[in-house]
Design a binder for this molecule. Structure first.
Ligand SMILES: [Zn+2]
Length: 308
């Protein structure tokens, strides 16, 4: 049976997509940076307590501001991977500026950690059909896997018809190993049970069902995702609209206990190790053409709002 993978997208609280466009004063930014560090250390402690190791997708700028934190995570056996240089969604780049973003983040994280960075997760899962060119740039930039395609229907991200288990994704010319977050196939839909509201709000049984279902397949690799700010119950709240406020802060008071329970139940290994243990070689994984025309219309995708 494959392992379960806990992954953490490390960014300061104010960088979340819902807060884009809100100005965060410099002093508040510093406070959030301190809180990010404290929460990441709490996560590292929770992982150590469960003898578990994880993948940390870290914003490249944090390697410059918190090099010691990055180094300590690497030395504790965790994988350091890229979450972009400054947390911009892929939609906001051209292939050339994206290449530069990847180079900056990969270099900074490698310098801070002393390890090679082979994995990438786009801010807000923004590798989608319209950004298929990103796969080519990632492959050309020396990344060995991507974990940014969420096979769900969501108002802000997702490729609903992408495979649910590890696959080879083709951009326009290149292919790359793609490792999607876990989903629960139910009622003819893929439910995004890997994190967000499915971690903090809904009964834990939903996430567990998704993990169980995924582990039944020889290539199923359940990947969960979390953020440091989800474990900061006393954080100063950002000035968000009502829906974003609910999505962002719901359930934060009980998330620490929930994470500890999940870790005790499943354990975790980093993605870089989990893919080595997959019982298939990459040549036998399914190939998915991301660069093809969108099969679902945009309007269709905007239909139902889910949790960030
Ligand atoms: Zn992020």
């Amino acid at each position: 049976m494959n392992p379960v993978v806990f992954s953490f997208d490390v960014e300061e609280h104010y960088r979340i997509e819902a807060a884009v466009g809100h100005d965060c004063p410099a002093e508040r930014q510093r406070e959030y940076a301190d809180r990010m560090e404290a929460c990441t250390r709490w996560i590292a402690g929770a992982l150590a307590g469960a003898k578990a190791r994880a993948t940390f997708f870290i914003v490249g700028q944090i390697a410059g501001t918190h090099p010691k934190l990055v180094r300590e995570l690497a030395e504790a056996g965790h994988e350091i991977a890229s979450h972009g240089w400054d947390h911009r969604r892929v939609h906001r780049f051209t292939p050339e500026t994206f290449r530069e973003d990847l180079r900056l983040s990969k270099d900074a994280l490698e310098q801070a950690s002393g390890r090679e960075v082979i994995g990438y997760r786009a801010p807000t899962f923004s590798v989608m059909r319209e950004t298929a060119w990103a796969i080519d740039v990632l492959a050309e930039s020396g990344f060995q896997y991507d974990s940014s395609i969420f096979p769900v229907k969501h108002d802000r991200y997702g490729v609903p018809d992408a495979p649910r288990f590890p696959f080879m994704v083709r951009g326009q010319e290149c292919s790359l190993l793609e490792l999607p977050p876990v989903t629960w196939r139910k009622f003819g839909h893929n439910i995004p049970a890997a994190g967000g509201g499915y971690f903090r709000l809904f009964p834990p049984a939903i996430m567990r069902a998704a993990i169980r279902q995924t582990l039944r397949s020889p290539t199923g690799l359940p990947i969960l995702y979390f953020h440091p700010w989800e474990f900061d119950p006393d954080q100063p709240k950002l000035p968000l609209g009502r829906l974003s406020r609910f999505r962002t802060y719901v359930g934060i008071g009980k998330s620490r206990k929930r994470l500890q329970k999940l870790l005790a139940r499943y354990g975790s290994v980093p993605l870089a190790e989990a893919i080595k243990a997959l019982p298939v070689d990459r040549g036998s994984l399914p190939v998915f053409e991301l660069g093809e025309e969108e099969k679902t219309s945009r309007k269709d995708r905007q239909g139902d709002a889910k949790f960030a």
